[in-house]
Design a protein around this ligand. Structure first.
Ligand SMILES: [Cu+2]
Length: 350
């Protein structure tokens, strides 16, 4: 029915109409998406992602049997804004004869829009999702439209629309919620909903969602349909930056500064990055001095000018970054992954 198709497309487009700024690509962790929406998440370039969604429900008395339905996601973010991956879920209820569900997908994100297409092997269904997302201060709002060519092995095309938001409480915490409905819901199908406390785990690349929902598996089909049970659960995200294993060593560039010559006075200044701070956080040097930052933490840091005039890129643990300051002035810098890491370099006339 064309009308359903239009609804599935137009709900995210309505949000797109008020959007504009690039948003989708910057979405990284569970703090940027609620339990049942991808939020257009792509992950960092060159990163292999392992995300683990675990949901469980408690059965009726007297046995109160706990049923578990984990969904594993493995994906890889290409240099383009394209994510390739699959979900593997067990205890799936998408297709009665296939309790183990595979979903292979590609997701493309650009600006405020992300488009996902894939194949659900259990339902033998081509499934797609259009996401629009927009950040308004501490709130990130998103809307989705979904198309399931063979929804729940019913031999019919199904459509779903949904919306969700995250509210960032601090750098480490966010609240998240979502609601999704299949169009022309059947009697056995409830409106899908989810609520989560989203947690960034300090000084690690991991994030954690503690969630309550009425969905079972975390594939597109799974998150589009509510079931008659409240489920608890969590999601844990684990990125593997492949360049740290293969090649890519010494990625922190040693030379910066727009072709400036090495320190004329032969003088250098050293700054440590340790315990997630620049030490010292303020240095005064004369023009021509080369400053070398050494990462003494087991984390990746950056030295990024607040005004964007220079950026070290990722400085791996034990690696250094140097820059020669030729122009007098005050240079405020921070670390991109840890914005509370701040420092000032004061450059005086020689
Ligand atoms: Cu840092």
């Amino acid at each position: 029915m064309p009308l359903r198709r239009w609804i599935a497309v137009c709900v995210p487009c309505a949000l797109f109409a008020v959007a504009g700024a690039p948003d989708v690509a910057s979405c990284q962790s569970v703090l940027d998406r609620p339990p049942n929406l991808s939020g257009g998440w792509l992950g960092p370039t060159g990163t292999l992602q392992f995300n683990f969604v675990h949901r469980f429900g408690v059965g009726d008395p007297p046995t109160r049997k706990v049923t578990n339905s984990p969904t594993f996601l493995l994906s890889y973010r290409l240099p383009a804004p394209l994510l390739l991956g699959f979900n593997y879920a067990t205890s799936s209820d998408i297709a009665p004869s296939f309790p183990n569900e595979w979903e292979f997908f590609a997701r493309y994100g650009n600006g405020p829009i992300a488009l996902q297409g894939g194949y659900n092997q259990a339902a033998e269904s081509f499934d797609a999702e259009l996401t629009a997302a927009k950040t308004f201060g501490a709130v990130r709002a998103m809307a989705v439209g979904r198309f399931l060519s063979n929804g729940y092995t019913s031999d019919t095309s199904r459509y779903a629309v949904g919306a969700g938001a995250t509210l960032r409480l601090s750098r480490w915490f966010a609240l998240a919620g979502d609601i999704t409905t299949l169009l022309d819901r059947r009697d056995s199908e409830d409106i899908a909903w989810g609520a989560g406390l989203q947690i960034e785990i300090p000084y690690t690349p991991h994030s954690l969602s503690l969630q309550v929902t009425n969905t079972n598996t975390a594939t597109l089909q799974g998150v589009s349909r509510g079931i008659d049970q409240v489920r608890g659960g969590f999601e844990f995200t684990i990125p593997f930056t492949l360049s740290r294993y293969f090649g890519g060593r010494g990625r922190s560039k040693a030379v910066e500064g727009g072709g400036a010559a090495a320190a004329q006075g032969g003088e250098g200044a050293a700054v440590a990055m340790k315990a997630v701070a620049f030490v010292p956080s303020r240095i005064e040097i004369t023009a021509g001095t080369t400053v070398t930052w050494t990462n003494n933490d087991p984390l990746v840091h950056t030295v990024t000018a607040d005004d964007g005039s220079f950026d070290s890129g990722q400085i791996e643990p034990t690696k250094t970054f140097s820059r020669t300051f030729t122009q007098p002035g005050e240079y405020a810098v921070h670390c991109t992954p840890h914005p509370f890491m701040k420092a000032v370099i004061v450059v005086r006339q020689p």
